[in-house]
Design a protein around this ligand. Sequence first.
Ligand SMILES: Nc1ncnc2c1ncn2[C@@H]1O[C@H](COP(=O)(O)OP(=O)(O)OP(=O)(O)O)[C@@H](O)[C@H]1O
Ligand SMILES: [Mg+2]
Length: 281
Amino acid sequence: MTTITTQHGAATASPSSAPANPPPVETTPLPAFDATDVSIYYTPAKAAVQNVDIQIPARSATAIIGPSGCGKSTFLRCLNRMHELVPGAKMTGTILLNGENLYGPKIDPTVVRRRVGMVFQKSNPFPTMSIKENVLVGLKLNGVRDRAFLQERLENSLQMAALWDEVKNDLDRPGVSLSGGQQQRLCIARAIAVQPEVLLMDEPASALDPIATAKIEDLIHQLKREYTIVIVTHNMQQATRVADQTAFFYLGKLIEFAPTRDLFNNPREKQTEAYITGRFG
Ligand SMILES: Nc1ncnc2c1ncn2[C@@H]1O[C@H](COP(=O)(O)OP(=O)(O)OP(=O)(O)O)[C@@H](O)[C@H]1O
Ligand SMILES: [Mg+2]
């Protein structure tokens, strides 16, 4: 049913003039993160990240690249308010997560960290916990007690992290007794067990051999069907393999953000070109 306005300005319905199939309304999907004018400081005098505007699409993988010290980890950490754990760290600007202000007065940072999971460069299983306990710790902290549910989530998370087959008969072994690559996949299983909306990964494969790295990259391809992934990497081949779009940071600024293929094949900015061709960094 369409609505027409009469000469007097009152709206009346006109069933007879309704088109049979109105054209679909074009809507732009909401980005997972919408950051505006974000600056991050460890000391008031100097911004580690300066005036970043970026819209990170949902259900895809976004890579952040750039030379050491350019602010990649700092920016990543402010996407789940992890930087607030550094005494004195401060952020200005706004970040929306699925349209909601991540830094709103009613938002609990611990809930944010549940919605936005993080995997670090160095794997960090809880040392006193078994493989199983490591995966389930977040759910148990959230009060989940249903054994069948926990068992199912344990298996699913380890399957998704491509670790299940290697550990299914050893679930009570300490998490730290696994190899480095297995520990990293255990940490990924732990991060996805609470079903976050977003997974942040800070150089998740930098300490891994090519086989373990390939497993993590396969996993990113699987996960991005359901999750939003943001991955910091020093490995530009890795960015081209896993990321739909890539952001290049330099000296705390976002220099360029583009579909990965465009950024590497046809960079718009001189600094991006210099970096990807190995002229600095
Ligand atoms: N906890 C901290 N306290 C004070 N300064 C910090 C802290 N963490 C990072 N910085 C500073 O902020 C800037 C950006 O650091 P950040 O760790 O974000 O860089 P990065 O791009 O991740 O580098 P890398 O590739 O080496 O990991 C650097 O100048 C760094 O010294
Ligand atoms: Mg870093």
